[in-house]
Ligand binder design. Structure first.
Ligand code: FAD
Length: 425
């Protein structure tokens, strides 16, 4: 990583080729993928938070209270291509089975990695480890400039790209680029400032996130449990080597239930969790620091304009219980890198609308299907209607009994129903 980007003879009058606003999981992964695919391009990342100076520690231990992300098998394939998987694997807990059930009803389905001849359906990775690994890999890119802490505050279209205002240390300066990638997260200020319209639906629920300890080891099983008060997921944690007694909890609750729960003692939280989740993992013995988020489904109506493209949570924010948001974003980023490479090969401007529309068109089916998949899980399983409950039982039993249906469901959960991962169907 350098503070002085390299040179690109095609756009000498512009300060950089691609400016990525936001160096979170999506922005940093795009910088890595594009920097590797197109070493001749100058890439600038502007990130509001200071860059972590911490080197990758040999003896890294995730904190009990760290947050984590479930990476689908398809995302592992992507990170393998980027040369990052060997780093991530050291802290990635495999998900060997997924158990989907409806609390208090008989329907259930089980997905197993060995049915698909794979070592795992996905992996649970501590977000901080993912971030540190990305930062370490970005250090090796000579064509990357990282500006942090700094913020993109304004954007102005130019005939040949965009001009953005970057604010750092109380000063503002203009930076011009062929293309601006907006990767500033779910509450994207830039999306709003640029007037991109969003389809918004509020699930009227909040997600409570915490690491929990149980009397029994998880045996690398992820649980998706649908309850009348909302879905919950427990993802196996503790590292790759051994089945541990720590799992990552995502528990969705109405606001008043969340407030009530947050005010409870740790013992009471364990008790309530036990009554919601049941005894599949034995007794809940500890609940770590709780974080919580309002749950919305946001998808932009258009995600490209000349010289501008939205990615990651800035483009789509999904319900977290199915663990699909970042996995979807990753597949989109690979498609965007392909489109930028096409522009480079054909000597066309990176911000050309046809290039960016190509990205939108290629990513759109995966996007719609994934949004529908997570949203319908929530709608169907969140309903308290007896008719839907019976359908759910039928659906879960059907999924369990009909191999092609289960295979489709498993491939969707693994992020393999799309060519961006490079997986064979
Ligand atoms: C509770 C929960 C659990 C989840 N679990 C999963 C899961 O298991 N699997 C999965 O696939 N997905 C999961 N997700 C979704 C996943 O977390 C997101 O998809 C992912 O974090 C999005 O990354 P991002 O880079 O788009 O946004 P962010 O991570 O929000 O990054 C945006 C970055 O932009 C920076 N920024 C903001 N404004 C500016 C500006 N003006 N200029 C410069 N920088 C700026 C911010 O500092 C930040 O670093 C979960 C989400 C939640 C809420």
């Amino acid at each position: 990583m350098t503070t002085e980007p390299g040179h690109n003879n095609d756009s000498p009058s512009l300060d950089t080729d691609v400016l990525i606003a936001g160096g979170g999981l999506a922005g940093a992964t795009l910088a890595l993928a594009l920097g590797q695919a197109q070493p001749g391009l100058r890439i600038t990342v502007v990130e509001a938070f200071p860059l972590s100076a911490e080197a990758l520690p040999e003896d890294y231990q995730p904190s009990y209270d760290a947050r984590s992300t479930a990476l689908a098998w398809g995302s592992r394939l992507i990170y393998e291509k980027l040369g990052l998987w060997s780093r991530l694997a050291g802290q990635a807990t495999p998900i060997r089975r997924i158990h989907v059930s409806d609390r208090g009803r008989f329907g259930a389905t089980r997905l197993a990695a060995d049915e698909h001849n794979q070592e795992a359906l996905g992996y649970v990775v501590d977000n901080r480890w993912l971030g540190l690994s990305l930062m370490a890999a970005l250090q090796d890119l000579p064509n990357l400039s990282w500006q942090a802490p700094a913020q993109v505050t304004d954007v102005e279209p130019l005939a040949s790209g965009v001009s953005v205002k970057v604010s750092a240390e109380g000063e503002k300066r203009s930076v011009t680029a062929q293309c601006l990638v907006v990767a500033d997260g779910g509450r994207s200020g830039l999306r709003e400032r640029l007037g991109f319209q969003v389809d918004h639906s509020d699930y009227q629920q909040h997600a409570l996130i915490a690491n929990v300890s149980t009397a029994n080891c998880h045996e690398f099983v992820a649980f998706e449990r649908f309850t009348d008060a909302g879905p919950m997921a427990l993802l196996p944690g503790g590292g790759p080597g051994r089945s541990a007694s720590t799992s990552a909890l995502v528990w969705t609750l109405a606001k008043h239930q969340l407030d009530e729960l947050l005010a409870c003692s740790d013992e009471e939280k364990c008790r309530r969790l036990q009554s919601r989740f049941g005894w599949r993992l034995g007794r809940f013995t500890r609940v770590g620091t709780c974080h919580h988020y309002p749950l919305v489904l946001n998808t932009v109506k258009e995600n490209v304009r000349p010289g501008i493209v939205l990615v990651g949570n800035a483009a789509h924010t999904l319900h977290p219980v199915a663990g699909q948001g970042f996995n979807l974003a990753l597949r989109g980023l690979m498609t965007l890198v392909d489109q930028f490479s096409l522009a480079v090969n054909d000597q066309r401007p990176l911000g050309e609308l046809a290039i960016l529309k190509g990205y939108q068109d290629r990513h759109c089916q995966d996007w719609q299907r994934t949004v529908q998949f997570s949203d319908s899980l929530i709608q169907v399983f969140g309903s308290q209607s007896p008719a839907l409950a019976a359908l759910r039982d039928a659906g879960l039993v059907g999924l369990d009994l009909i191999p092609p249906a289960r295979r489709w469901f498993a491939r969707q959960a693994m992020g393999l129903n799309h060519p961006a991962t490079g997986a064979k169907s």
